[in-house]
Design a protein around this ligand. Structure first.
Ligand code: TPP
Ligand SMILES: O=C1C[C@@H](O)[C@H](O)[C@@H](O)C1=O
Ligand code: MG
Length: 637
C-alpha cells in the first residue's frame, strides 16, 4: 500500500481539497474555504497545516466563532447547499461559541463543517487551560455540547480515525435529506500527530447529489388527490429553492390555476409578481395568502417543514376537511400533518405531475387575482404611513399612548415609520441585490411586504431566528455572490447581539451594507407581551432614570472604517441608499424608526404561546381564554 506521512491536521486539509459534488451533470469543489480563529488549541496543528499547504481553500480570519460560523451557514444557504466553508476553532470557549451556530445550521438543514479542537487525547497535562472537569466522567468535554445540535458528531483521538470520520461527515452534508452541520472534534495533541495515510484516501472524491424520483404509486396518489380537489394551494418551502424547481413550479401553478404561498425559506423561489404568487403564509403572512389558505381543500406542501409560523400553530387550515399532500426529500417532513407523502425531489416530481393532470383546473378562477390586488392596496397603504403628534394610529394599536409615541419621536429625533422605510428600500435598491434577515419584527414585515423580483435574492434565517445571524450572514452572502450588492436588514437588538463579522467584511474588502432599524428596544417582544395583556416590561431600551436610549450607531460604524449615514426621513434614506451603491467599502445606514410602526397580523394569524393560566391582569386572562378557544379547532399534532 502506498502511504504518505502527514499530521492529522495536514491530512484533513488535504482531504478537504479533494471533495467534489456533482449536481445535474455539473461538478465542482465542495469546500470553498475555511474560517478560523486560532487559539492554543488549533494554531499549532491546524495553523501549521494551513500555512504549509492550504491548496485551493480560501482562509478567512473571523472575529467571533459564532459569527464566522453564521457567515459560513449563510454562504452555504445562499449557494443552495452546493458548497460550504469549514470552521476551525480553539478548544473550550472557542468551541462553545459554536453551539448557537450549530443550532442555526441544524434548524435550517444547512451543511457546514465544524472543526473544534478538543482536550488532550493523552490526558497527560490535564486539566489544561479552558478544560472543564466533571467528577463523574473525564470523557466529557465542552464539545459534547455540540452533540444535540449536529447532524453528525465525532471525536478524533487517534490520527487514523480521521479517515472513516470524514467520509461519514461528507456523506451527511451532501445528502439533501440529511444535510446539516457535521462536527468533527480533534484532540489538540492529535492534530499534530503523524500517521502513514493510505494515498487512496486523498484521491478525488465526487459526491453525487442525485434527484430522488417519485414512485408510480406516489405520482398516482398525488394526481388523484389534486384531481379531487376544488381549491388546492401550494405551500412553497425552502426545498423548492434547493431543488431549483422554479420553472416547473410556475408551469404547474399556471397551467392548473393553483395559487402558491410562501414560507420564509421558500420566498424568492418564484418572483413576487408571478400572477399566482399570493406571498407569505401564516402568522406573518399576507391577507391574500391567509384568505386562500382558509378556503383551500388541499394543501400541497413542497419542501416545507410546516413550522408554527407557516400554519399559525396548526390553526390556519380547516383540518376537518382539508387534505395534505407533501412533496419532500425527507421522509420525516413528508409525513407531517397526516399528509399523503411523496418522498422525492420537488422539481422531478412536479415535472412528472404536470402531464398527469391534463384537463384539470382549480375552481379558484379570478379569486387569485382579486386577492392579490386587494393585498397590493394594503401594501401601498403601508408604504405611506406618516406620523403626526396629535392622533397617530400606528399599526400596532393600543400599546403606546400618543404622548409616549411623541416621547420616542423626540428622543430619537425621528418621525419615520418602519413599514414606510422598508418599502422605500425595496423601491430603491437594485432588484438583483440580496437581502438577509433573521430575527425581530423585520422578518414579519419582510415576509408580508418585500417584493423579490429576482430568484434567490431573499435570504431569511427563520428556522432558529437567531439574533446576530443578520450581519454575520451578510458576509456569507458576499462570499457566495461577490458581484451583487448585499444588504442586511437588522434591528438594533440583533445588531447589538453580534456584529463582529462586520469588521471581517471590512478587513477583507468584502462590501456589505447594513440597514439598521433602531427603535431602541426589543420591539417585537414588547408587542408580544403587550398583545397578551401585560404592560411594557423590560423590552424598551431605557436608562436607569427612564430615558429612551439614543445610540449613535453611525459613529460606531465609522469607527470600524465603514461609510456611515444617518437617515430619519424617506428622502435621506433614498439618498443614502443611492450613495451607498457607489461606495467601494462597506456601509451602514442608521434609521431611527418609531416603535409600533411594524406590520400587525392579518386574518388567520395566531401564535400558540405559553400564555399564563393564572394572572391578576384581566388582559392576560383573556389571551389564555382565547388560546383555549383556538385550540378547539387546531390540529393536535
Ligand atoms: C439569540 C437570540 N436571543 C433571543 C431571541 C429572542 N428575540 C427574538 S426577537 C428579539 C428582539 C429583537 O429586537 P430587535 O433586533 O431590536 O428587533 P425589533 O423587534 O425591535 O424590530 C428577541 C430578544 C432570539 N431570537 N435570538
Ligand atoms: O421570539 C421571537 C418572536 C418573533 O417575532 C421574532 O421574529 C423571532 O426572532 C423570535 O425569536
Ligand atoms: Mg429594536
Amino acid at each position: 500500500m502506498e502511504t504518505v506521512r502527514l499530521t492529522t491536521a495536514q491530512a484533513l486539509i488535504k482531504f478537504l481539497n479533494q471533495q467534489y459534488v456533482q449536481i445535474d451533470g455539473e461538478e465542482f469543489p465542495f469546500v470553498e474555504g475555511i474560517f478560523n480563529i486560532f487559539g492554543h488549541g488549533n494554531v499549532l496543528g491546524f495553523g501549521q497545516a494551513l500555512e504549509q499547504d492550504p491548496g485551493h481553500l480560501k482562509i478567512i480570519q473571523g472575529k467571533n466563532e459564532q459569527g464566522m460560523a453564521h457567515a459560513a451557514i449563510a454562504y452555504s444557504k445562499q449557494m443552495l447547499r452546493k458548497k460550504i466553508y469549514a470552521i476551525t476553532t480553539s478548544s473550550g470557549p472557542g468551541s462553545a461559541n459554536l453551539v448557537t451556530a450549530a443550532g442555526t445550521a441544524l434548524a435550517n438543514n444547512i451543511p457546514v463543517l465544524l472543526l473544534p479542537a478538543d482536550t488532550y487525547a493523552t490526558r497527560q497535562p490535564d486539566p489544561v487551560l479552558q478544560q472543564v472537569e466533571q467528577e463523574h466522567s473525564t470523557a466529557i468535554t465542552t464539545n459534547d455540547a455540540l452533540k444535540p445540535l449536529s447532524r453528525y458528531w465525532d471525536r478524533i483521538t487517534r490520527p487514523e480515525q480521521l479517515m472513516s470520520s470524514l467520509i461519514r461527515a461528507f456523506e451527511v452534508m451532501t445528502d439533501p435529506a440529511k444535510a446539516g452541520p457535521a462536527t468533527v472534534c480533534i484532540s489538540q495533541d492529535v492534530e499534530g500527530e503523524a500517521f502513514d495515510y493510505d494515498v487512496k484516501f486523498f484521491e478525488k472524491r465526487v459526491h453525487y447529489i442525485d434527484r430522488k424520483l417519485p414512485t408510480e404509486r406516489e405520482l398516482n396518489g398525488a394526481t388523484e388527490l389534486i384531481k379531487a380537489s376544488k381549491k388546492p394551494l401550494i405551500v412553497v418551502g425552502g426545498g423548492v429553492k434547493y431543488s431549483e424547481a422554479r420553472e416547473s413550479l410556475m408551469e404547474f401553478s399556471k397551467r392548473y390555476n393553483i395559487p402558491l404561498v410562501e414560507t420564509q425559506a421558500g420566498k424568492s423561489a418564484v418572483e413576487s409578481s408571478f400572477v399566482n404568487n399570493l406571498g407569505g403564509l401564516g402568522i406573518t403572512g399576507t391577507q391574500a395568502a391567509n384568505k386562500a389558505a382558509i378556503q383551500a381543500d388541499l394543501i400541497i406542501g413542497i419542501g416545507t417543514r410546516f413550522t408554527d409560523f407557516a400554519t399559525s400553530s396548526k390553526t390556519l387550515f380547516n383540518f376537518e376537511t382539508t387534505k395534505f399532500l407533501n412533496i419532500n426529500v425527507s421522509r420525516m417532513q413528508a409525513y407531517k400533518l397526516d399528509a399523503f407523502p411523496v418522498v422525492a425531489d420537488a422539481r422531478t416530481t412536479l415535472e412528472a405531475l404536470i402531464p398527469m393532470l391534463e384537463g384539470y383546473t382549480s375552481e379558484f378562477g379570478d379569486l387569485i387575482t382579486e386577492l392579490k390586488e386587494e393585498w397590493l392596496i394594503e401594501r401601498d397603504r403601508l408604504s405611506k404611513v406618516t406620523f403626526n403628534r396629535e392622533n397617530f394610529d400606528p399599526e400596532i394599536k393600543n400599546h403606546f399612548s400618543q404622548e409616549k409615541l411623541n416621547e420616542y419621536a423626540d428622543a430619537l429625533n425621528t418621525e419615520l415609520a418602519q413599514t414606510t422605510a422598508l418599502l422605500a428600500i425595496n423601491d430603491t435598491i437594485d432588484p438583483d441585490s440580496i437581502i438577509i434577515c433573521a430575527a425581530g419584527s423585520l422578518p414579519g414585515d419582510l415576509q408580508r411586504l418585500w417584493h423579490s423580483e429576482v430568484p434567490n435574492t431573499y435570504h431569511l434565517e427563520y428556522g432558529y431566528s437567531c439574533m446576530g445571524y443578520e450581519v454575520s450572514g451578510t458576509l456569507g452572502l458576499k462570499l457566495a455572490d461577490p458581484t451583487k450588492e448585499v444588504y442586511t436588514i437588522v434591528g438594533d437588538g440583533s445588531f447589538l447581539m453580534l456584529h463582529s463579522e462586520f469588521i471581517t467584511a471590512i478587513q477583507y474588502n468584502k462590501k456589505i451594507n447594513v440597514l439598521l432599524f433602531d427603535n431602541s428596544g426589543y420591539g417585537c417582544i414588547n408587542n408580544l407581551q403587550m398583545d397578551s395583556g401585560n404592560g411594557s416590561f423590560n423590552c424598551e431600551f431605557r436608562t436607569d432614570d427612564n430615558q429612551i436610549m439614543n445610540i449613535d450607531y453611525a459613529k460606531v460604524a465609522e469607527g470600524y472604517g465603514a461609510k456611515a449615514y444617518r437617515a430619519n426621513t424617506v428622502e435621506e434614506l433614498k439618498a443614502a441608499l443611492e450613495d451607498a451603491k457607489n461606495q467601494d467599502r462597506s456601509t451602514l445606514i442608521e434609521m431611527k424608526v418609531l416603535p409600533k410602526t411594524m406590520t400587525d397580523g392579518y386574518d388567520g394569524s395566531w401564535w400558540n404561546l405559553g400564555f399564563p393560566e393564572v394572572s391578576n391582569q384581566e388582559g392576560v386572562q383573556k389571551t389564555y381564554e382565547l388560546k383555549q378557544q383556538k385550540l378547539k379547532n387546531a390540529k393536535q399534532y
